[in-house]
Design a protein around this ligand. Structure first.
Ligand code: DC
Length: 231
């Protein structure tokens, strides 16, 4: 058994490893891989903001304001299953990954009422034997008592190239300069907002993945978790 696979936090709640970082830093892939290795659940919190953005877009221009977006966030009828995301009976797995939805998500995420509306839903993912949660404020706001917090960073140019490669592999055409500008705008918005900005928690370990691959980052996170020893 992994030395701390069944460890509880001092409060008795299931353990959480938080992985925060900027757009396209590889958080989602790392979170999945770490969770698989530990046999834990995953929370992709960005998906909830993307789903809210999709609901806002579907509802039309009248919904693009803080109270309306928060109401939509509260009512989201969402289901995550077998790698797919469903909004009511519609498979939105691909739709929420579009760059336009990511940009709108970053805008609606700046509204405090939207963040409050999604808070309890995110905390509900915490269950034994453990949770790996990725996002922007997992370690600072949503799970401040998490026993291991990672801040995953990478140079913006490297992130843009990774995103470009991902999109090309899916047959989606993209322009590298546009992607770079979008990432810079989103970084500035996510880091600069007043409420729950993207920032490393004071007790987070920063990993810069600019020059190391996914496997190495996963190994580092697992080694940090093992090094904690039984709680
Ligand atoms: O991680 P992502 O690219 O799927 O997230 C989309 C947007 O959602 C991101 O630009 C900011 C917002 N977000 C957030 O504000 N807080 C989170 N915990 C996760 C995402």
């Amino acid at each position: 058994m992994h030395p701390t696979a069944s460890a509880q936090t001092p409060s008795g709640a299931a353990p959480v490893i938080t992985i925060d970082g900027p757009t396209a830093s590889g958080k989602g892939t790392i979170a999945q891989r770490v969770a698989e290795r530990l046999g834990w659940r995953v929370l992709d919190s960005g998906a909830l903001y993307r789903l809210t953005a999709l609901a806002v877009q579907d509802a039309g221009a009248d919904a693009c304001n803080e109270p309306a977006a928060a109401a939509l966030a509260r009512q989201l009828d969402v289901r995550f299953d077998a790698g797919g995301v469903w909004l009511r009976d519609r498979d939105v797995t691909q739709a929420i990954r579009r760059e336009a939805i990511g940009n709108l998500a970053s805008q609606v995420a700046a509204w405090p009422a939207v963040r409050t509306a999604l808070l309890a839903r995110q905390r509900d993912f915490r269950a034994a034997p453990g949770l790996v949660a990725d996002g922007r404020d997992m370690g600072t706001v949503v799970f401040p008592d998490a026993p291991l917090k990672i801040f995953l960073d990478a140079a913006v140019g490297v992130r843009a190239e990774r995103r470009y490669k991902q999109l090309s592999e899916k047959g989606i055409s993209a322009n590298l300069d546009d992607l770079l500008n979008d990432l810079r705008d989103r970084d500035a918005r996510d880091r600069g907002r007043a409420h729950a900005p993207l920032v490393a928690a004071h007790d987070a370990v920063t990993i810069d993945s600019s020059h190391i691959g996914v496997d190495q980052v996963v190994q580092q996170v697992l080694a940090l978790w093992s090094a904690r020893g039984p709680a």
